[in-house]
Design a protein around this ligand. Structure first.
Ligand code: SF4
Length: 236
């Protein structure tokens, strides 16, 4: 299996939808639960394939992942955290040096600025620790909904389903929650996915989109939820 990496989300994800979005209605609740049951049976204890034990490192890594590829982000995060341990260490490193290290991930100047602001806010407002809830994280500089929900889910097991480019695509195709925007899909997943599946849902859907229901050529003949998928473009 490919190594997990944090994955950015392009600003206009509509391109992933080769067919029109199908609205979800109340009758779909059973089908959504059946899909999640299938993923859960195949992988009952999904684990992120990277270090999720340090919430600060995870939050900064997610911030770095915006519009960047996973392997580059993993390499740059490793370099950045080879000397830094906490927000105070990040402030001591300073914006100029941070920028030097992170430049290969793209959008370096704004990301470096946000990492400094984020570190300062964690120290002044949260005693140097990352808050446990995604709602609180979303108030931090440079942290949007996806970043907050990935971190809260992986680091603290908050039952929220972060929507990245893979989750967005498969949610619309199957569909589990349909929508033309990330927020619409995230709100739909929050409403339709049963609570007991929410902790693992991001990892299941991310891996399904990365390994099976890929953007260009979904592997429908070997898809574990093909019988539950309503996508008009599926090929069996
Ligand atoms: S059947 Fe094909 S389109 Fe549907 S979820 Fe599976 S891989 Fe994706």
């Amino acid at each position: 299996m490919a190594r997990d990496t944090l994955h950015g989300l392009r600003s206009s994800p509509r391109h992933a939808l080769a067919k029109p979005v199908r609205p979800i209605d109340a009758d779909d609740a059973e089908r959504v639960a059946a899909v999640m049951t299938r993923f859960c049976e195949a992988d009952p204890d999904p684990k992120a394939g990277f270090d999720d034990t340090d919430p600060f490192r995870l939050l900064v890594t997610v911030l770095l992942s915006a519009q960047s590829t996973g392997p580059t982000v993993a390499r740059i995060a490793e370099a950045l955290f080879s000397t830094v341990r906490d927000p105070a260490g990040m402030l001591a490193l300073g914006e100029a040096r941070i920028l030097e290290i992170i430049r290969p991930v793209g959008l370096g100047p704004s990301k470096a600025r946000n990492i400094v602001k984020l570190s300062a806010a964690l120290i002044s407002e949260h005693g140097g620790a990352v808050p446990r809830s995604s709602v609180a994280m979303r108030r931090l500089p440079g942290i949007g909904r996806k970043s907050a929900e990935v971190t809260a889910n992986f680091a603290f097991h908050e039952p929220v389903i972060a929507v990245d480019t893979h989750v967005f695509r498969v949610s619309n195709r199957i569909p589990l929650a349909s929508g033309a925007t990330v927020d619409a899909v995230a709100d739909g997943l929050a409403r339709l996915v049963p609570e007991r599946f929410k902790d693992g849902a991001h990892v299941w859907l991310f891996r399904h989109g990365r390994d099976t229901c890929t953007a260009r050529k979904p592997a429908c003949p070997r898809c574990p939820v093909a019988d539950l998928c309503l996508w008009p473009g599926k090929e069996l």
